[in-house]
Design a binder for this molecule. Sequence first.
Ligand SMILES: NC(=O)c1ccc[n+]([C@@H]2O[C@H](COP(=O)([O-])OP(=O)(O)OC[C@H]3O[C@@H](n4cnc5c(N)ncnc54)[C@H](OP(=O)(O)O)[C@@H]3O)[C@@H](O)[C@H]2O)c1
Length: 283
Amino acid sequence: MKYKVLLLGKNGQLGFEFVNYLNLYHDFRVDAFDHEELDITDREKIFVTIKENAYNLIINCTAYNAVDLAEDENYLANAVNFLGVRNLAEAAKINSAKLIHFSTDYIFDGNKKKPYCEYDNPNPLSVYGMSKFYGEQAIKEVCKNYLIIRVSWVFGGKNNFVTKLINWSKQNQKLEIISDQISSPTYTYDLVKAVPKMLYENLTGTFHVTNTPVSKIEWAKYILKKINWSGEIHAVNMGSVKLKAPRPKYAVLDNSLFQYSVNWKMPNWQDATDRFLKRITIL
Ligand SMILES: NC(=O)c1ccc[n+]([C@@H]2O[C@H](COP(=O)([O-])OP(=O)(O)OC[C@H]3O[C@@H](n4cnc5c(N)ncnc54)[C@H](OP(=O)(O)O)[C@@H]3O)[C@@H](O)[C@H]2O)c1
């Protein structure tokens, strides 16, 4: 056993996937906790747990992810995405553990119109984006042995765009879908497969790891066709949909650094979507 792992947020989309996947490997012995069992804002408990169990790898799958609600819950978003993350970074440093953390395309403003690379300047548009950016900064200031993995449009669990779209399609014959937002879906299964590759290469720093890019409406059309939905799709602009938090229009994350570093590519979004639809036994 090479890694004694503390995994936080085991009931989230990504956390759940990690626990299943890493348990297949002899190199990882995983202790996983949900929010109630171990709250990352509980600084003392975090420090004691990591020290007493001598974890050498911390995988943080927790997040305050309610993008719109965060506009009214600035304190809560930052308590988890910034202060909680700083607790993990400090505890990782003191115990010489590696920290793996996940961040978001929402740290960018979406004005670049070309894929964002790791060293592009963040300019978050929302409270959520800002809190995730502060979390990244805290890690970079505190510890050296970290991986910050930026992802976007995460799907793989029960609550994501694919599952929501399928539910909407069951209740409606007309759907309005945003046509001017482009990003990259990230299938949790592909992402958890990518992480051991990064560990085996001893990588540290910030990386973009996603499936390939697509507009939200093109993704929606693909899913709805696969499930043989016969309703009508109406394209709407982001500006005409009343969402509390602004979102970047173009937030494609360039994966080149990841691809060169591990000599492997994340599968394309169609392939990832097909496998997820099969998993949820829609096909
Ligand atoms: N979902 C997306 O589309 C998306 C896009 C870009 C980036 N990301 C990033 O990808 C990562 C994984 O996202 P995900 O979709 O798997 O998230 P998720 O499904 O929302 O899971 C997050 C988990 O964190 C837990 N949690 C919240 N506050 C906590 C705390 N203080 N202490 C311990 N646990 C806490 C939640 O538990 P409770 O539910 O019990 O509170 C939940 O199980 C996150 O870093 C997220 O910011 C996600």
